[in-house]
Design a protein around this ligand. Structure first.
Ligand SMILES: [Zn+2]
Length: 245
């Protein structure tokens, strides 16, 4: 069994490159990316981008984070709008982690289960105001299924959640077997190809040692033939296009 995998942008962020990778200079405009995974047993969205309220009042939606990030979410590019062009059904959502650019659209997708690592859920509700979590993104009333480690989503090894902690306490990546490749959606365990190649980390993160271990895991997956798709790499996900894998 294989799955069909498509990636598309759900907005953009502009921020200081120094925050994204050690030694970075100047501003960086990075894509926010969501992924549609279609399997015979269901359709999954991995990461849901920004909430459209950022169009109206970005400070009300993301608070002090608006001092660090300029958001762009043109009409037609929120996750519900973009996924509706590709599929008539979404059965499941999985989030790499619970930062505002990865789960902001969860509540737009109806009454579907949300897969997230338990460690991430606990961190997001842990009360640390510096951890970058916004409760209105993920306390949506949806059925949250808490994962403890690897999780085989459809029970046949085609789509598997794989913990890659460090950026946040319970970050996970997603491995998807398509007709053509085994693809690993790294999420923010690795922002860019350059992050993997150099080992230079973002300025903020939960645990640098865990981040390096997760980068090593991703390197080993690539060495054994997996294709890596990085969390915010503009080279990989062209503006407004839908990329198939
Ligand atoms: Zn991100």
């Amino acid at each position: 069994m294989t799955a069909r995998l498509r990636a598309f942008t759900t907005g953009w962020l502009t921020t200081e490159r120094a925050g994204l990778i050690e030694g970075g200079e100047g501003p960086a405009r990075i894509p926010v990316v969501s992924y549609l995974v279609e399997h015979a047993r269901g359709t999954l969205l991995f990461d849901t981008g920004l909430h459209p309220d950022v169009r109206v009042d970005v400070h009300a939606r993301i608070g002090g984070l608006a001092d660090f990030f300029t958001t762009e979410l043109p009409a037609g590019t929120s996750v519900d709008e973009r996924s509706a062009e590709l599929t008539s059904r979404v059965d499941l959502v999985a989030c790499s982690h619970l930062h505002f650019d990865h789960c902001g659209g969860n509540g737009l997708l109806g009454d579907v289960p949300v897969l997230v690592q338990r460690a991430e859920w606990d961190a997001a509700h842990g009360g640390d105001p510096t951890a970058g979590y916004l409760a209105h993104d993920f306390d949506t009333g949806q059925d949250v299924r808490l994962l403890d480690g690897d999780h085989d989503v459809f029970g046949d090894g085609t789509v598997v959640c794989i913990p890659t902690p460090g950026h946040t306490a319970g970050h996970q990546s997603l491995r998807v077997r398509t007709d053509d490749a085994e693809v690993v959606l790294t999420g923010d365990a690795c922002y860019f190809r350059e992050s993997l190649d150099t080992g230079r980390l973002p300025l903020f993160g939960f645990d640098p040692e865990q981040q390096h271990r997760s980068l090593d895991l991703l390197r080993s997956m690539e060495a054994s033939g997996s294709q890596l798709v990085f969390g915010h790499d503009a080279e990989q996900i062209p503006d407004d296009e839908v990329r198939s894998f």
